[in-house]
Design a binder for this molecule. Sequence first.
Ligand code: DAH
Length: 351
Amino acid sequence: MKEQIEQIKISAKEEIKNADTLANLNELRVKYLGKKGQLTSILRGMGALSPEERPIIGGIVNTVRDELENTIKQKEEELEKIEMSKQLENEKIDITLPGSKMKRGSKHPVNRIIEEIEDLFVSMGYDVVSGPELETDEYCFERLNLPKGHPARDMQDSFYVTTEYLLRTQTSAVQAHVMMENKEKSPIRIICPGKTYRRDDDATHSHQFGQVEGLVIDKNISLADLKGTLEVFVKAMLGQNSELRFRPSYFPFTEPSYEVDVSCFKCGGKGCNLCKQTGWIEILGSGIVHPKVLEMNGYDPKKYSGFAFGTGLDRLAMFKYGITDIRLLYANDVRFLEQFDRKDEVNEIKY
Ligand code: DAH
């Protein structure tokens, strides 16, 4: 048995010496020292030995095992070093190669418009508020003087989720929230930019679009306040040379109501394809808050008056940047979006 052990030791050492990979070395570990390995089977067969022989043979096996373990360990270190240097050789980095360009995101045109509007109105003392996009019929319509069955509801093709809940068709819904939540019934000066939804989808309408709403309630608010505010707003957005035209119109929540046109910024009012030869472009709806709306939302119309306005953010972005298809704003095409990675002088977008 002693010779057998000696034989195992010699061949194990020889094989370990010749191992050329860590995987190979591991196989040898299993072959000799593993549970079913050659040395282990000797220990198992010791039952057949006499009690005197057993400790002697056991001692020899243990010594050989320690020796082989050491040899394997040394070989392992040696092979690890070799493999590491091979790896380093393969992974050599050429620091003289030009770097790969990092892609930088750009601000979405509608977000640029929102930020500009917020900056302007905050500088005039307004708060920026938001409201739910999933809205109740009550807040989207009823509290704005649009009871069920009102014909003006047809102006807005809605996405109803249940009979009571819908995706808001207008940010005007936020007017009612702000008035109702103001328990002291103190003056209000807010704007609310946000997403709105209607069942439209063509080159100039999208089923989802952005609006910004404005609401001011205080004592002695008049049409002059509305006109002055909108003039500052429109000129800041579309150029100081813009002229405004107030056209009487109808909205259930304002009385009187006006649609506001701006002189065409493309032709300066002479008439072109953008303004359909009229020289004017419609950009927002506005008016003096209807006394019924004040009353329904807890404000005394004898004490308070107010003005409101609402406009489409997408339209503003399209006008400002010369975009002719609204769907581009939602297609997430980087070739379109990355053109907004420049300063505010962008005014002609190519696509
Ligand atoms: N909510 C209207 C719309 O979506 C726009 C509007 C008109 C808002 C008049 C107003 C307003 O606040 O006073 O068509």
